[in-house]
Design a protein around this ligand. Sequence first.
Ligand code: T1G
Length: 652
Amino acid sequence: MAVSIQMRGQIAVVTIDNPPVNATSHAERLGLHNALHQTTQDEAVKAVVLHCAGRTFIAGADITEFGAPPKDPNLPDLLAQIEAAPKPWVAAIHGTALGGGLETALVCHYRIADGAAKLGLPEVTLGLIPGAGGTVRLPRLIAPDHALEMIAGGKPIAAAHALDLGLIDKIAQGNLLDEAISLAEEATKRPTPPALIERPVLAVTSQDTWDSAARKITARARGQTSPIAAITALKNALKLDAPTALAAERALFLELRESDQCKALRHIFFAERAAAQGGKIKGVTAGPLSHIGVVGGGTMGAGIAVACLLAGYRVTLIERNTEAADAGRDRVHSTLDQSLKRGVLTGVAHLHTVENFQISTSYSAISDADLVIEAVFEDMQVKIDVLTALEAAVRPDAILATNTSYLDINVMAAALMRPSRVIGLHFFSPAHIMKLLEIVVTDSVDDQTTATAFAFAMRLKKIAVRAKVGEGFIANRIMSAYRREAEYMLEDGAMPWDIDTAMREFGFPLGIFEMQDLAGLDISWAMRKRLNATRDRTQRYVDIGDKLCEAGHFGRKTGRGYYDYSDNGNARPSAGTRALIMAESQRKGITRVQISDKAIMVRILGRIRSEAAMLLYEGIARCADDIDVVMVNAFGFPRWTGGPMFHASGQD
Ligand code: T1G
């Protein structure tokens, strides 16, 4: 039963039980409507507590219903009826009260939350704005500039912050339901507070706060429309009377719900969750993991160690000598300190993570590890030597993973005694922040190793995408392809800043040349030199990047790459690079032509899709949706397009 009622004295406890996240499906809305009627009619009921079974309070409207014709009762009407209830309603919030869930809590007369609860209006992340009164009621409960940040930013806030803002009345110190019932009993002894909709909008903390928030949101939106719509909706709430503002919100919401961006953002939301199917193998369960070894305490190794510590694992970091071990320890501790400062970790959790961390220069320290990840220098022989030594030091059932970003893992596995326990875990830097994790399966890996790797990724709250072994797996293979296309365009007539501008206009956070200057041109130069002996001489090859590197121009870190960098780090088009490019076109006998922004993006998107088609044909990528997930999460392909494959389908 989606909604049930139990009496606790004179308090009716209305329980929603609609797994997995109590989303306001049609059945749930019907159940709530009946519960409202029943508790209103029943004279024995003096107040109502609304709470949810399972892991969370209502996490929003049921996104799976968006494509279907709406069914009454619709949420805005149902919430207005609850708000007008003659008896006090208390929302008891645990887990995440999001979207329509928080809007439901807003029409209750009181709100009490568990200390670990989060509250938010993330509709903009789905290309929407709150559609059940959130933009009108929230600025009547908390300062409108804080409401603007919550609604246009879409990020949930912690219960403690919600209490500070006045969004909730209390944080439960003990049992949430018991304390909600006590709050309801107290509410019966005093006049019910006026509904939010009957209250005036609160004053903006300061016009400067509002203006700077609006400017930041507009800049951050790039090409996404919903954050801008959120600003419009909040401005309406400030200047219009409540009923008019509600009607304006609903109209804007319905318009956005039919938009391409909303369809695209719903696509990527579900595609990210479906990617985990890559690790679901019939009849196979993941093995237990508690002690994780990481070999190599450089940037990647330390980031991986922190990611595992934040997930609650015991972690041992191995380095080759004391000096390197001390440096690795410092990297891990400083990253954990930053996590503490950013509020990702509480003080107690920070203590636990530090206690869970040890460092050693001996493989004997990881003899009982369940999984060991090597993150050493990107050289095949170095990795094989490390994996061979590891295999001798760990349990036979331990999993050995490599963080290589493009080396052939089949070759590594073939060098070991137990190749079935070898898998690729390709993290993206910074490893403790980037959500994407490519899980690279070899020809010899066993199913339990694969299933365990996906379970590990879920515990790290990563978006895991399955890939087969192949040059660059999925992300780097596609990026190398459109980087080559962009380099061809340099010889054909464009400058790096033309191409980067076109990519930013399309919605990328950075253009391909800005990104390379940031990462360091020497990284791809090293790979090109490694592959030079076997490079296909019939394929067009652009020397511009090599010539920049041969002159010591590695990008931002050397003050010059495709761009020149001033001392304060500002990039500007480089006259030297312009001259180099012009000379290269002339040397190759290419007559340069003007290439428009649109033509630049046609060539880049075309290259991305043709490489994606090859990945699907070769079986390296599981499905087109996985490629969308990789490109959105690895290189910032604009999320509101749904990713390169979804975006292409919309254009056909
Ligand atoms: N509708 C339908 N299914 C949902 C859902 C939703 N809102 N949220 C999650 N699921 C499914 C998800 O597909 C997955 O299914 C399972 O639940 C677990 O999710 C009127 C219109 C709540 C923080 O945007 O942020 O309200 O794969 O893997 O990591 O103004 O889910 O197991 O079959 O993500 O623990 C606003 C979206 C909607 C919240 C839990 N709400 N969800 O994270 O589990 S619009 C949201 C989340 C709205 C109103 C408007 C997260 C989570 P399956 P999960 P998780």
